[in-house]
Write a protein that binds this ligand. Sequence first.
Ligand code: PLP
Length: 392
Amino acid sequence: MIPSVLPTYNRAPLSFVSGEGSWLVEASGRRYLDLGAGIAVNALGHAHPDLVAALTTQANALWHVSNLYNIPAQQELADRLVAATFADTVFFTNSGTESCELAVKMARKYHYEKGQSERTTIIAFEGSFHGRSSAGIAAAGSEKMTKGFGPLLPGFKHLKWGDHDALTAAAAEADVGAILIEPVQGEGGIRPLPDQCLKGLRDLCDQHGILLILDEVQCGMGRTGKLFAHEWSGVTPDIMMVAKGIGGGFPLGAVLATENAASGMTAGTHGSTYGGNPLACAVGNAVMKAIADDAFLAEVNRKAALLRQKLEGLVAAHPDVFEGVRGSGLMLGLKCKVTNTDVVKAGYDAGVLTVPAGDNVLRLLPALNITDEDISEAVTRLDTTATKLEQA
Ligand code: PLP
């Protein structure tokens, strides 16, 4: 008999009843150090007092009004994002997938309105992940996600990660309208795009009149030690997808764009019942207040260096389990020699939560405000995990 919840997830046999900072607690009282943070969602950890206060204050005042009306918290959050980024304008969604949908629509509408309606093709990359909608799976293109769900949304061309010649040739095609890429691939195995490649992509886009869409759903919102990962390279996108960390655990996403890239999106061309609702935006404002702050981001970078250094030691101590550390900021991956999902499972016994990713990588995406003590404890627990696997 089919389970009452559609069985599309491979769930671990764990259920949590509460959370606090970087810790999750089961009904039995057993505590787990959470290095997954809801897959880069709980950017400020669990039950952060400022987020709890923002949500409960808003919940006592007003839960929802339609986008038929002005929503002051939404306006405030848009102003904050515009002030802190390349963007001139923001549309709020409820997830990364929805942000992908709008990014694709926005790019196509842009070229249509410029009289170049043939420029519908979007270049994307192998190993990428952009969500599970029809556009999201077509954009990522991997058989794992698309098999059985055809006919796929047309208009995506997939290139190998790092194949510069193929990219240069593809960008010169007359039907190409946008390039879509994650500055740090998350699901694909924590693969950062080198800064010079992002610069090269920007140049290529400028040369051919192509829009650059960055998917910062996983790597954005302070995760790499800048508010958005592309800031390390010094170049800016035309359109950016955001979600996960921006809501700190409340469903919220956004598409940020320049005025030029957004010029086709006039009244009636897009909408969402819930997108940018008062509850989500109240939390989003509290998240932005905390993260879009130089002192906070400096701490992320300090903690990232500390964690990375300890992970290098872990790899050196367990050369049969781990091969190396990769990633940026607090978006780190341990390339495994044993099967990554075995490490994740063994971690449960040691009370540490990690997330598998592609390329046999173990993902570590802790809360950005994880304490130094919790970083040390996390690596101790990963050490116990690796020792167990060596003895097995
Ligand atoms: N894009 C990236 C880079 C992601 O990592 C994800 C989710 O993991 C998505 C898009 C889809 O986001 P959501 O699951 O919120 O729809």
